[in-house]
Design a binder for this molecule. Structure first.
Ligand code: IPM
Ligand code: MG
Length: 356
């Protein structure tokens, strides 16, 4: 039995997570696996119910599960709370830290049937398959922060810290994944300006001696942002620090048509966390407009990485391809001539493909 902690969170989280659970249930039934789902509170939903964004019970539930499936957190309702109570800084970041999830895998894969959904030209994006590995528990998001009053106003400080060890473990994963793919690794930094990036570059370069078959290419983050839209096919595996990865993965998602398509797996500790790369989209929450495919594909990543069920993972991924080929589209990827479906119907179509 696989124990899965289910944390729908806020906004569209409550709409997309049930679709991934639905798909997992169908997979379980078909292949004789039993998945045991237990729901927990996180983010704004937890603040409203119990006053804190990451309740002790939720943390306990995650730690005693085999994997965590998360929807999304945050929304305007909680944006004005003190930082430690806000869903982002008070729940998601501490959860990643508490579970030791230093590596975030965000694959940007273009589905052929979505060629038309991207705002970029067909010849630029055709065949895109990029794995971005984002360092997830270090850097600016976790460094010391402070405010000080000055006669003129205030100063605000965020600290950007990386240690050799932190860089080594994520770089190693980058090389290992590159070895299993095209053996080309782009390491993205800002070594022309930042000291932490200079340590990053030195450390990654040193490690490359252990992986002589992998071609290592260093790239500045600003150049990478430009190259990602100019000629994304030059990339296969990208490894980068926390904030650069946060930004570049939102950008990479648009190569694939919609951020609603981009799954993620956060690894490194005993229990992995699987969540779509997108946020809680308060603007469309409660309207059944959200695309559940990123979450469904995150569930596939869970099967592959947490439970070693690659065949089952592949079946979910194939079902998603099939449903897109059949022309079903949520509003974010809708184009004339296709069949518009809501969140729940999209989940049903995927489940149907698997059950068939
Ligand atoms: C993401 C999100 C989070 C992050 C926010 C909500 C804290 O943008 O998962 O990319 O920055 O990591
Ligand atoms: Mg982000």
């Amino acid at each position: 039995m696989f124990k899965i902690a289910v944390l729908p969170g806020d906004g569209i989280g409550a709409e997309i997570v049930p679709e991934a659970v639905k798909v997992l249930e169908v997979v379980g039934k078909k292949f004789g696996h039993s998945f045991d789902f237990t729901e927990g509170l996180i983010g704004g939903a937890a603040i409203d119910a119990v006053g804190v964004p990451l309740p002790e019970d939720t943390l306990k539930l995650c730690k005693s599960s085999h994997a965590v499936l998360l929807g999304a957190i945050g929304g305007p309702k909680w944006d004005t709370l003190p930082v430690h109570l806000r869903p982002e800084a008070g729940a998601l970041l501490p959860l990643r830290k508490a579970l030791g999830l230093y590596a975030n895998l965000r694959p940007a894969t273009l589905y052929n049937s979505l060629l038309e959904a991207s705002t970029l030209k067909k010849e630029v994006i055709e065949g895109i398959d990029i794995m971005v590995i984002r360092e997830l528990t270090g850097g600016l998001y976790f460094g010391e922060k402070k405010r000080e009053k000055t006669p003129e106003g205030q100063i605000a400080v965020d600290t950007l810290v990386y240690s050799t060890e932190e860089i080594k473990r994520i770089a190693r994963l980058g090389f290992e994944i590159a070895m299993k793919r095209k053996k080309v690794l782009h390491s993205v930094d800002k070594a022309n300006v930042l000291e932490s990036s200079r340590l990053w570059r030195e450390t990654v370069t040193e490690m490359s001696a252990e992986f002589p078959e992998v071609e290592l290419i260093h790239m500045y983050v600003d150049n990478c942002a430009m190259q990602l839209v100019r000629w994304p096919k030059q990339f296969d595996v990208i490894v980068t620090e926390n904030m650069f990865g946060d930004i570049l993965t939102d950008q990479a998602s648009m190569l694939t048509g919609s951020i609603g398509m981009l799954p993620s797996a956060s690894l490194g500790g005993q229990v992995g966390l699987y969540e779509p790369s997108h946020g809680s989209a308060p603007d469309i929450a409660g309207q059944k407009k959200a695309n559940p495919l990123a979450t469904i594909l995150s569930a596939a990543m869970m099967l592959r990485y947490a439970f070693d069920l690659s065949k089952e993972a592949q079946i979910i991924e194939d079902a998603v391809v099939k449903v897109l080929e059949l022309g079903f589209r949520t509003p974010d990827i809708m184009k004339e001539g296709f069949k518009l479906v809501n969140t729940e119907e999209m989940g049903d179509r995927v489940a149907e493909q698997i059950g068939a």
